[in-house]
Design a protein around this ligand. Sequence first.
Ligand code: NAP
Length: 245
Amino acid sequence: MNANTNKIALVTGATRGIGTETVRQLAQAGVHTLLAGRKRDTAVEVALKLQAEGLPVEAIELDVTDEASIAAAVEQVRTRHGHLDILVNNAGILLDDISKAPSQQSLEAWRRTFDTNVFALVAVTQAFLPLLRESAAARIVNVSSLLGSVTLHSQPGSPIYDFKVPAYNVSKSAVNAWTAQLAYELRDTAHKVNTVHPGYVKTDMNGGEGEVEVSVGAQSSVQMALLDADGPNGSFTYLGEVLPW
Ligand code: NAP
């Protein structure tokens, strides 16, 4: 029997882009996957499409920046499933104005970006940790970006050196740094947390100008979500390749 069929996963920001595809691939692997979206109707609509493909997908409402929404989602998962095996923190936003210099981005953009990309990710993880600890071997995947690499941003000639969207970039550096902190907490348990770069993926976030399709973009998250006991804890990777912090 496929060991994944007993697993429950939840993917945030799953109503479009990499999130929807991550749900599809986890469900194709046999995992019962909760497709979380901030609008219930949209989540149901997208989940119905995946169910029509014969996949074990269930919609759940979750606005990651809303405390009450997080609490309601946790309660729903507790009541229906009693535990959670996989949490993919995928929801994210990019608000920087690319025509402006790093020092010219509005503080409003910084605050909103950190609210969704960092504080909400920590809040969702904190709220689901008790249910994740009920799993035999939980996997937390934080969807970061190569743009979070401080090493590459400091290296003239690196592929990202000239791409300075600071609120977004620094939010992803923070996601990476937080991953290392949580990995330390989980180090002597069966649970693991890892952070991934999905690739430069054709989605709404870049107006479809990415280099790879969502089918590739979801793979790094799925790989870390389905890690066996020998897999890493606290890594930053793209398709299994270790990336510089
Ligand atoms: P996308 O197409 O813009 O989708 C973003 C998703 O996040 C949407 O489903 C959106 O929901 C959701 N979201 C935003 N705020 C939310 C909130 N408060 N609560 C719940 N959901 C929320 O972006 P994507 O390209 O698929 O990006 C997915 C992840 O990959 C992000 O973390 C992004 O930073 C990361 N990433 C993407 C690329 C790339 O090349 N695309 C590269 C590196 C990293 P709504 O539909 O309701 O707005």
